[in-house]
Ligand binder design. Structure first.
Ligand code: NAI
Ligand code: MG
Length: 360
């Protein structure tokens, strides 16, 4: 299979982890006889410095011609410290999602058994948890009307959803549930918010087309609690952009670390694959970032964009074996265990890559 993959390393640890994701894709290509052609694009702080804009037209044009995109993260302390700076890295990310029609963000939450002991949550609560989040990605307060009034003393953002936007992500969630444990939990705040009332009504309508799937509606505050109390009770979760953003960071603790969680953003055109974490300035340049989220994002890429199920499973198996042999990055290390081997980012990537060679 011949495919064109654009790598967008972005900022901070984005560069460090996508190098590992790419390495794994190269290893897969070699072992399974595919030809992956790689190209690079600029986005985020790096792109602002080079061109004055967080998503240059040149990058967007490249993305539109790609078969898949492997993305790192964007961000820089400069913008975090000054939220009034008008040109910002995350604008590149939001524009990219919108321009490419990437309206559904899939975030599988599953704990590798090898990491059970390292979690701060009790193993009996975690073992067997397997959740697939569908976070809506191109609507909500992130894209609604915003502004200032009253001499700059009042600010507002608008939470807005259309029937069409809710329908298309709901269909994706129900279809996925049909291949899993046949349950969808739709998360909203319909007791308070009008956009949530629409959300709930639309999901109820869509649900009628999937009689084999059980649907449950939950308020976001209750969902936040239940996620940690009984994660096994969830199968597929579908929710809006803001609630999904918050709940999936929370859910990352079920998977052990932010450094473990991969995501796929899909919609009308090319698919984009990225870790859920950001550019992590606190550890940038230290070579200690966990590359497994980027590597698992590469597995999602192989599966969803290319339909290469066996190749994707091989990557996951390679990660499993790496963990089973005791290799850890610092964020997933268990201080009580002496036999673990703590590795840096690049070496961790190499170990997974070698595992792939041994499996195939
Ligand atoms: P973050 O996700 O970058 O980091 C949160 C915490 O998790 C940090 O302590 C970090 O060291 C740790 N962490 C994250 N990824 C890790 C990995 N692979 N291995 C080990 N530890 C890891 O979120 P934070 O600190 O709130 O934001 C940092 C910057 O990233 C900001 O500029 C923010 O705007 C940006 N950001 C970008 C995102 C994106 O590009 N998709 C998403 C979230 C934040
Ligand atoms: Mg987030």
């Amino acid at each position: 299979m011949k495919k064109k993959i654009t790598i967008l390393p972005g900022d901070g640890i984005g560069k460090e982890v996508t190098a590992c994701g790419k390495k794994v894709l190269e290893q897969i290509a070699e072992c399974f006889g595919h030809e992956f052609v790689f190209d690079y694009g600029q986005i985020g702080h790096e792109a602002i410095e080079a061109t004055g804009t967080p998503l240059p037209d040149e990058t967007l044009a490249k993305l539109k011609k790609s078969d898949a995109i492997l993305f790192g993260a964007v961000g820089h302390p400069k913008y975090d410290n000054d939220p009034t700076l008008p040109v910002r890295p995350e604008q590149g990310l939001l524009k990219m999602r919108k321009e490419l029609g990437l309206y559904a963000n899939l975030r599988p939450i599953k704990l590798f058994d090898e990491l059970l002991a390292a979690s701060s949550i009790k193993p009996e609560i975690l073992k067997g948890a397997d959740i697939l989040f569908f976070r809506e990605l191109t609507g909500d307060v992130y894209f609604g009307e915003r502004g200032r009034k009253n001499d700059n003393k009042t600010a507002y953002d608008t939470m807005i959803y259309s029937t069409y936007e809710v329908e298309r992500i709901a269909h994706k969630a129900f279809k996925a549930a049909q291949t899993r444990r046949k349950k969808v939990t739709s998360v909203d705040k319909a007791n308070v918010l009008e956009s949530s009332r629409l959300w709930r009504a639309v999901v109820q309508e869509v649900a009628k087309q999937y009689p084999d799937v059980t649907v449950e509606h939950m308020f976001v505050d209750a969902a936040a609690m239940k996620l940690i109390q009984n994660p096994k009770s969830f199968d597929v979760v579908v929710t809006g952009n803001l609630f999904g953003d918050i709940l999936t960071d929370e859910a990352s603790q079920i998977a052990g670390s932010m450094g473990m969680l991969a995501s796929a953003s899909v919609g009308d055109t090319v698919g984009l694959y990225e870790p859920i974490h950001g550019s992590a300035h606190d550890i940038t340049g230290k070579g200690i970032a966990n590359p497994l989220a980027s590597i698992l994002s590469a597995a999602l890429l192989l599966d969803i964009s290319f339909g290469l199920q066996e190749e994707a499973d091989t990557v996951i198996k390679a990660v499993e074996r790496t963990l089973k042999e005791g290799y850890r990055t610092r964020d997933i290390a268990d201080p009580s265990t002496a036999h673990e081997k703590i590795l840096g980012t690049e070496v961790m990537g190499n170990v997974v890559s070698n595992q792939i060679r041994m499996i195939v």
